[in-house]
Design a protein around this ligand. Structure first.
Ligand SMILES: Cc1cc2nc3c(=O)[nH]c(=O)nc-3n(C[C@H](O)[C@H](O)[C@H](O)COP(=O)(O)OP(=O)(O)OC[C@H]3O[C@@H](n4cnc5c(N)ncnc54)[C@H](O)[C@@H]3O)c2cc1C
Length: 776
């Protein structure tokens, strides 16, 4: 069967399915099984599997589309998600006979599976499992107990970890000697005892094995290699099997936002912060999921990135349900099954069940351990693995703060080349020099960066720009921020964008030749149609007035000035002519930037935009200005994380590296998750803006949904920069509090960025107002 036309065939099958009445004689389970079989009959049930085993082998974009189509159509999902954990393991490690025997019934849900890993005394520490399997001829004889086994009462089979080589005398745990067995649940000697969970239902069970005979041919992979085989299972569980979550979460978030509006809570500013938090969560989940999948498709182990995803998802799901329960109001005192429970009790039930998300399939703390060790290269809190994985740890630590997955070639190359230029050009000791002038800037570095295409990298080549995607500009800004490049890049990016939006080509060309032009009032906020006396006055020929707190002013060669004219706004361009413009430089909180008050005293200037056009220019510039600021914040956060990780690996207290204390490692793991999430939101929105702008770099029309996404991404970036730099100071202890260490330079920049953008709370509030307004 051809797999190339899968989209048309899937859409047709779904349309046909939806046109049929629901068969109420069957339960939800049976309907899901039937649908699964139907998909398989049409060769459409396994989008990610290789073709050799009946899959569609879809590429990333197509795979995402597949899940988008099926979740939008709300067709039943596979009734046994655990099967999707076993399947990749069988595909990778199973014998031909096992694949033949198990994959099709698994896919069609003709056979249901459960996972027998946890034991009463082996939860997080699975390597302490004791269920034993003793070889007897062509069988293993299995004795022991599994617990919290989801769907054990319905399952036909269990994939279980058992100990085929006993532990050494005195040993309590070992990853060696464990085997992976496939065991029929109807085997003699198996007893299933249902366990009630937090909601009162029995979704999982205890499973007892009393001398259960299992053919040796049911072992997956070599004897004693079960641990590494299990890691394939968990890697996929954490990456691909739950890919569709993004679409499910989207749907649930929309329902919760609608619920908040319906319950009259949209005017509560605290609730609005939480609504924005949910949207940030769903955006991060979307970006992270796609990245983990991209890693899988490139044949990389998704383990580390997958742990990041799982942590984000599990905590996001809990916030989602806690907010929904809060929105139910007084009815929240009723149990989910009580008569009169709000919305049939679904939000109460959802809240209770969501507590499992940070426990099942690896607790949140274990995820943090994994991120700290595997992603950041910090030493294990359990004192394990230091020797055999020293090189891996060093490599991971060296990459701490870098993007976790490989970006495309353009971005990778841009980052590498720019990082090389910046490394040799920026000397942190100069920034720490107490005698450094308040108006110091590195003109040589600026001309190198201009040669590289900044600050107009994102503008069309016809306008003198670099013709690059906005995502690449953001990556470049991030790289410059990492080293705290002492140049006015951010103000210049904003000015070029605004000048381009106003079609003022001459000043843009000046900038691409090395001139520094800055906006006296960057468009962080929506502009009033009636500017007040806080901005300079334009009389038709000249400018008069003061503009305080202008970033980059002390080193600027020209100014793009928002002024008042006849009661309305006007945007004018003024060269910095010593006779009629003066700048009073002040010491900026961010030591790598300059700031000052600009005084115009009859300064000749030319009009760039007038009246409503001024407001349009500002609105078109604003998303790009904010994204550049967000990218800058991500760079600062990434560098702070890197410094803290380096220190946590080498600083010893109480005879151990401080990075082995979970108070330190979990804090850094959280910072890593936040940096990665913020970076990918920024880059994701930047790519969307470039797509919608076409050839002009800036979208022609104001798109409130895009503005909302920008606000949320930038709020995440600002917050992660502040927490990551504060964590850096904390992890460094006394040394972090000294002037000599550069941690405070990063903290200063992070805080300064937060102030410039008007605070993350304000961005979130504006975004939440938009989200709520769409549901009114
Ligand atoms: C809804 C649900 C479904 C499940 N389904 C299955 C299933 O189908 N099959 C299966 O095999 N298992 C299943 N489990 C079990 C699950 O995998 C375990 O509950 C989980 O691994 C945690 O183990 P534990 O319960 O023994 O907790 P413990 O490991 O005892 O942990 C208790 C607490 O101590 C913390 N902790 C433990 N070790 C560390 C450490 N090194 N560092 C920091 N903190 C630590 C944990 O984070 C947690 O907060 C399920 C669990 C739930 C809740």
């Amino acid at each position: 069967m051809s797999t190339d036309d899968w989209r048309a065939r899937l859409t047709a099958l779904i349309e046909d399915y939806r046109s049929r009445p629901t068969d109420v004689s069957k339960d939800r389970y049976q309907r899901a099984r039937d649908w699964q079989a139907e998909l398989d009959d049409h060769g459409l049930a396994a989008p990610a599997w290789p073709r050799a085993v009946g899959g569609l082998d879809l590429a990333l974009e197509d795979l995402l589309d597949y899940y988008r189509i099926t979740s939008a159509a709300k067709v039943p999902s596979h009734p046994c998600p655990l099967s999707m954990i076993l399947a990749p393991t069988l595909i990778a490690h199973g014998t031909a006979a096992q694949k033949d025997r198990f994959l099709t019934p698994l896919l069609r849900a003709d056979e249901l599976w459960c996972q027998g890993f946890s034991e009463p005394a082996a939860g997080s520490d699975l390597a302490s499992l004791t269920t034993r399997a003793v070889r007897d001829g062509n069988d293993y004889v299995v004795t022991g107990q599994k617990i919290w086994t989801t769907q054990a009462d319905r399952a036909d089979w269990i994939f279980a970890l058992v100990r085929t080589t006993p532990l050494e005398p005195g040993a309590k745990r070992s990853t060696a000697g464990i085997s992976y067995l496939l065991i029929p649940m109807n085997s003699a000697g198996i007893t299933v005892r249902p366990l009630r969970d937090i909601s009162g239902a029995a979704h999982f069970a205890e499973v007892f094995f009393d001398e259960v005979r299992v053919p040796v041919s049911n072992r997956v992979g070599p004897e004693g290699e079960g641990w590494s085989i299990m890691r394939t299972s968990l890697g996929h569980e954490r990456a691909t099997a739950f890919l569709a979550d993004e679409f499910r979460y989207r749907h649930t978030v929309d329902r919760v936002v609608a619920l908040i509006v319906q319950r009259g809570l949209a005017d509560d500013p605290m609730i609005r912060q939480q609504v924005a938090g949910l949207e940030i969560g769903v955006q991060s989940v979307a970006q992270n999921g796609a990245r983990a999948l991209a890693a899988v498709l490139r044949g990389q182990d998704p383990g580390a990135v997958a742990s990041v995803n799982r942590l984000v998802k599990s905590e996001f799901e809990q916030c989602l349900h806690a907010l929904a329960l809060r929105a139910t109001g007084a009815a929240g005192v009723l149990d989910s099954r009580a008569e009169g429970a709000f919305d049939g009790g679904r939000w109460t039930y959802g809240y209770l069940m969501s507590r499992a998300t940070t426990i099942g399939a690896g607790t949140a703390e274990i995820q943090r351990n994994t991120i700290a060790e595997k992603v950041l290269g910090l030493p294990s809190s359990r004192g394990e693995g230091a020797d055999e994985s020293a090189a891996d740890h060093r490599r991971a630590a060296a990459a701490a703060g870098e993007p976790m997955t490989v970006a495309d070639d353009d971005e990778r190359e841009l980052r590498a080349v720019l990082a090389g230029v910046l490394k040799s050009a920026v000397d942190p000791a100069e920034l720490l020099d107490r005698a450094r002038a308040v108006d110091a800037t590195d003109r040589e570095l600026w001309s190198d960066l201009v040669g590289f295409g900044l600050p107009a990298l994102h503008l069309p080549t016809a306008a003198g720009g670099g013709g690059a995607d906005l995502r690449l500009l953001c990556a470049a800004v991030e790289e410059c921020a990492k080293v705290l490049a002492p140049v006015p890049l951010l103000p210049a990016v904003i000015a070029t964008t605004a000048l381009h939006a106003a079609r003022a080509s001459e000043p843009v060309r000046e900038m691409t030749s090395g001139s520094i032009i800055v906006c006296t009032t960057p468009p962080w906020h929506e502009m009033s149609p009636h500017p007040d006396a806080s901005v300079p006055h334009w009389d038709g020929m000249t400018l008069r007035g003061e503009q305080p707190l202008v970033s980059g002013a002390p080193v600027a060669d020209g100014f793009l000035v928002l002024a008042r004219h006849d009661g309305g706004p006007v945007l004018v361009f003024a060269d910095r002519r010593p006779e009629s413009v003066s700048v009073r430089a002040q010491q900026a909180l961010d030591r790598s930037s300059t700031i000052g008050t600009v005084v115009f005293d009859g300064t000749p200037a030319t009009v760039v935009a007038d009246g409503a056009q001024t407001i349009r220019v500002a609105a078109r510039t604003r998303p790009i200005a904010l994204l550049a600021l967000g990218a800058d914040s991500v760079g600062v956060a990434a560098r702070a994380l890197h410094l803290a990780v380096e220190w946590a690996r080498q600083r010893e207290q109480f005879g151990r590296a401080i990075g082995s204390f979970q108070a330190v490692s979990h804090r850094l793991a959280d910072a890593a998750v936040a940096v990665e999430g913020a970076r990918n939101q920024i880059l994701g929105v930047a790519a969307t803006i470039s797509d919608s702008a076409g050839t002009d770099a800036i979208p022609a029309h104001h798109d409130p949904d895009l503005d909302c996404a920008v606000d949320l991404a930038v709020a995440s970036a600002i917050d992660c920069a502040v927490t990551s730099t504060e964590s850096c100071v904390q992890v460094l202890g006394g040394i972090g509090f000294t002037w000599e260490h550069p941690a405070h330079l990063l903290l200063r920049r992070a805080r300064s960025n937060a102030v410039l953008a008007g605070g993350a709370d304000a961005l979130r509030d504006r975004a939440a107002r938009h989200l709520l307004s769409t549901k009114r």
